[in-house]
Design a protein around this ligand. Structure first.
Ligand code: AHR
Length: 662
């Protein structure tokens, strides 16, 4: 009887203390059981020319409508005096140019101002390369033009703050260059060009670039924006879109062949984001193709990402075209398939091949080593698989090593998703592109999304995703935190998920059509959102192998009874590091005990680091004015043997990193 009493007392005390114990989340990380390999492509970037991401953004050209090819030939330009638009210029595919004629009196002027993209942003003391193709209108005499950067704002002094003169000395078309060095920083200048001689002049392809572009390329990229891409350490770079791959109609689809060769002769394309959202209508949004496929491949090489170009599958945007006649009939897909094959040749072909030769002429004789290609973007219905199949057959035959990416449609689930996944398996693509722009509740509930995916079928490319929060803010902390939480599930399932890219990437603060976006910019500044830092923390700490991490033998995926905690762990073979990511999506501090199991007696956890990303306010965000409001913070941590006890603050992302010393 006394024994029963004792047992009862023990049981009671266990029961009474249980709630306290239950609050300590013991997570077991099996450090000696590295599992699935994590692909080097796991975390990457998706680039689309939306929100003025290319022209007016990453592409550092400061002149809008430089070739006078916009349908309204002088859009972006303000002419004065005698300016005539002509169409027999030196570049076959961009035939328009302007003639400046003497205004009739030495005190009168002929010329034109370019407004740039929301103004022309220049920095004091920096150099800007003005270039123009020109010829004298009168064969016998030289002509002269003046080039100025002018502040025409109402508060400004309405005067030039950088100026140069150019002598045009030939009646043959030639390229002229001159450097402008502004003596002030100004986001909204105009570029003014005017005639200072009686002799007239013809001008074509008027261009202004910062000299200091990314890697110094003349037809280059804006340095701060390209640097932000590099700093991500992306594994893969998907381009050139999105919906612009498909076009509003087939005529406006992205045609990669038009985007290579000399920039002066790359024909203009309409950008569908010009009018897709009527409440954000930008009539001056075109694609110059100045940032074309050669430049994309080069960028990939320079930022260390695998290039992943996407080509049209012959379907124009299905959101915008109900009529089957809007698409290419399957029997007439030949030239589209050839475009895909030629693209692979452009990237990888020997310099003796047609397209490999062009790549070499453009400056890159070595192949770009393309491994992946996407066929189609957000396609659906039987019209997609029936077009995809002949592409797959032709590519497999000519290039058996190239990995092909198919689509699961525009949604993360639902009828089309259910239909397309089996179709992708049947066609045997290598990866399936999934898109999910979903609310907070979705991200909170999808921690286990990939746990039960078929391990034998095609792999997953989460090609476009972002948490779209409710409320007025768009890039606020909470949505980014939920992305971090969701990503633990991708990481735990890295045997299935081989690539993931947040979307969209860039947005001009004055010219966006879609938000949230990962990096915002204006003419002079840029800001990395919290989502950028989440992506960066994953990308720079992706490891090489998944490590099993469980609580009560279950994955920590925010599921019921898990207190809103999400977690994943990886092993980095090269650096001999164990990395653990924990996201607390709850409003409570959580006690966590990390149990690094399987350490040998000789192994120690050393060099411990904790990186946190947190904010007191869920709707706080980084802005152009306050770009470093929420950034990762790093400090040292120490494990006791194989145990680390920690308090994870409410709404926070914790990343632990230890080196295994022997
Ligand atoms: O990222 C913006 C758009 O979203 C992409 O162009 C398209 O693929 C998706 O609908």
């Amino acid at each position: 009887m006394r024994n029963y009493k004792r047992l009862f007392v023990i049981l009671l005390s266990v029961l009474l203390t249980y709630p306290l114990c239950a609050q300590t989340n013991e997570m077991v990380i099996k450090t000696n059981k590295p599992g699935a390999e994590i692909q080097p492509t796991m975390y990457g970037l998706f680039f689309e020319d939306i929100n003025y991401a290319a022209d007016g953004g990453l592409y550092a050209e400061l002149v809008k409508n430089r070739s006078f090819e916009f349908p309204d030939r002088l859009m972006g330009w303000k002419p004065f005096g005698k300016v005539i638009v002509r169409n027999d210029g030196p570049f076959e595919r961009n035939p328009h140019y302007v003639r400046l004629e003497y205004a009739g009196h030495p005190h009168k002027h002929t010329g034109l101002d370019n407004e740039g993209y929301f103004g022309i942003g220049v920095k004091k003391g920096e150099e800007y390369r003005f270039s123009v193709w020109a010829r004298t209108a009168d064969a016998a005499k030289n002509a002269k033009i003046k080039i100025e950067l002018v502040d025409v704002s109402s508060q400004g002094e309405r005067q030039a703050f950088a100026s140069q003169e150019l002598i045009i000395n030939s009646s043959e078309w030639k390229k002229y260059r001159v450097i402008l060095k502004p003596d002030k920083t100004f986001a909204k200048s105009v570029l003014r060009i005017f005639l200072t001689s009686r002799e007239g002049v013809d001008l074509e392809h008027v261009s202004l670039f910062p000299v200091d572009t990314w890697k110094g390329h003349e037809n280059g990229l804006r340095k701060d924006l390209a640097q932000a891409l590099y700093d991500m350490h992306p594994g893969v770079f998907r381009f050139p879109g999105g919906c612009i791959v498909e076009g509003t109609d087939l005529a406006t689809r992205y045609n990669w062949k038009n985007s290579v060769g000399p920039v002066e002769n790359r024909p203009l394309n309409e950008n569908r984001w010009q009018y897709t959202f009527t409440h954000r209508f930008y009539p001056d949004y075109y694609q110059s193709y100045g940032l074309g496929f050669y430049e994309y491949f080069l960028l990939c090489e320079e930022i260390g990402a695998e290039p992943l170009p996407v080509v049209s599958c012959g379907l124009a945007c299905q959101f915008q075209n109900d009529d089957p006649k809007a698409h290419v009939p399957v029997s007439e897909l030949g030239s589209y398939i050839q475009d895909a094959l030629d693209l692979i040749e452009f990237a990888n072909g020997d310099v003796t091949t047609t397209w490999g030769k062009l790549r070499a002429e453009m400056g890159h004789p070595a192949p770009f080593n393309l491994k992946f290609i996407g066929i189609g973007n957000e396609q659906w219905g039987p019209e997609y698989p029936e077009r995809l199949e002949p592409f797959v057959k032709a590519i497999r035959k000519a290039y058996p090593d190239i990995k092909i990416i198919g689509s699961s449609g525009p949604s993360s689930e639902g009828e089309q998703f259910e239909y397309l996944w089996p179709e992708m398996k049947r066609i045997n693509v290598d990866l399936v592109d999934e898109h999910f722009y979903r609310p907070e509740s979705w991200f909170l509930n999808q921690g286990s999304r990939y746990d039960n995916y078929d391990r034998k079928g095609p792999k997953v490319f989460a090609g476009e995703y972002a948490c779209h929060g409710e409320g007025k803010k768009w890039n606020h902390f909470y949505t980014s935190l939920l992305e971090a939480a969701f990503m633990t599930g991708m990481e735990r399932n890295a045997d299935v998920v081989h690539m993931a890219t947040y979307a969209p990437l860039f947005a001009h603060a004055e010219g966006w059509q879609w938000r949230p976006d990962m990096i915002w910019f204006d003419n002079l500044r840029s800001v990395k959102t919290v989502s950028y830092y989440v992506q960066q923390l994953y990308s720079r700490n992706k490891g090489t192998h998944v490590l099993p991490l469980t609580r009560d033998n279950r994955p920590v995926a925010g599921a019921e009874g898990q207190n809103g905690l999400f977690a994943s762990a990886v092993w980095d073979k090269a650096h001999q590091q164990v990395i653990v990511k924990i996201v607390n999506t709850s409003d409570k501090t959580q006690s966590v005990k990390l149990n690094f199991s399987g350490l040998k007696k000789s192994e120690k956890l050393t060099g411990g680091k904790l990186i946190t990303l947190k904010s007191d306010k869920l709707d706080a965000e980084n802005t152009l004015e306050n770009p470093f409001f929420i950034v990762p913070e790093e400090k040292e941590v120490f494990a006791e043997g194989n145990i680390l006890e920690s308090q994870i603050e409410p709404y926070s992302f914790y990343l632990y990193k230890f080196t295994l010393s022997r």
